[in-house]
Design a protein around this ligand. Structure first.
Ligand SMILES: C[S@@+](CC[C@H](N)C(=O)[O-])C[C@H]1O[C@@H](n2cnc3c(N)ncnc32)[C@H](O)[C@@H]1O
Length: 255
């Protein structure tokens, strides 16, 4: 099947590992489940996967060009209804068995996954599920070459600690978007510390966990005030950000 897309949604389609983990998670549903929402449906690719498993699929997309593509791509599927609008203003009238929401980015800082799920979660049946099910965030001390916040797309950095989990979320829980974490990391070599590397692992369901992929949560490099560290030093750091408010909301400090 040929999909019409915008350039951004085309890049999302080219990340076939990203599609594969969503496909696998959706494939586990039996084909007579009632209703699924696909929130932020983009080109409609995940709605296409859902169409053979659910009696009804309601797909919502804010971007008008992407919505037009999804509407056309899915026009042969009578059980899929594509709506142009902001999920946060959508008047939901029915409870669903599944919410699929791929508004993911590293630590969920730059996209609206958390505000959208906090709003839409009440339109899920009691035993309903969300795909993805949640995320796990890890952090490492690094020396990085670029001194501004950026995603690791071939950027150079040198790790100065092991990778440790600093937060995890289950999307069925109500989640406070204003996030603060304090953590202590042990330097595993001498070096000039000037950043943190944040990595997000996506739990599609109990069995499928995706690591960073080109279009699914590439690691984020966050500057820290420069400090010379020695092997075995414990470095106590605080990070704050607001999930859904963008990378400008990220603040770090030593404690
Ligand atoms: C990462 S893309 C995923 C697109 C598609 N689900 C896929 O997997 O290829 C996220 C999509 O969510 C849409 N989006 C973001 N915030 C939204 C909102 N509040 N309401 C509706 N759509 C939104 C964006 O326009 C974008 O198309």
């Amino acid at each position: 099947m040929k999909f019409k897309t915008t350039p951004y949604h085309h890049d999302l389609l080219k990340d076939t590992d990203r599609l594969a983990v969503f496909y696998e998670a959706i494939e586990q549903y039996d084909s007579s489940t009632d209703l699924a929402y696909d929130l932020g449906c983009g080109s409609g690719i995940l709605s296409y996967f859902l169409s053979s498993k659910f009696k009804e699929v309601i797909s919502i997309e804010a971007d008008f060009k992407a919505f037009k593509c999804a509407k056309e791509n899915l026009s042969d599927f009578e059980n899929v209804h594509v709506i142009n609008g902001d999920v946060l203003e959508h008047d939901f009238t029915k409870k669903a068995d599944l919410i699929v929401c791929e508004m993911l980015d590293t630590a969920l800082i730059d996209e609206e996954e958390i505000p959208v799920l906090n709003y839409a979660r009440e339109f899920l049946n009691e035993d309903g599920r969300i795909i993805p099910q949640g995320i796990i965030n890890t952090v490492e001390l690094v020396n990085m070459q670029r001194h501004h916040i950026h995603w690791d797309e071939g950027a150079k950095y040198d790790a100065l600690s092991d990778e440790e989990v600093y937060s995890q979320f289950d999307f069925l829980d109500d989640i406070n978007p204003d996030f603060t974490a304090d953590f202590k990391l042990r330097a595993n070599k001498d070096g000039l510390l000037n950043g943190l590397k944040i990595t997000t692992y996506t739990k599609l369901d109990d069995d499928i966990i995706a690591g960073p992929l080109p279009m699914l949560n590439p690691p984020l490099l966050v500057p820290l005030e420069e400090r010379q560290v020695m092997v075995n030093d414990f470095i106590h750091v605080q990070i704050k950000y607001s999930m859904g408010k963008g990378i400008e909301s990220v603040k770090t400090q030593y404690l």
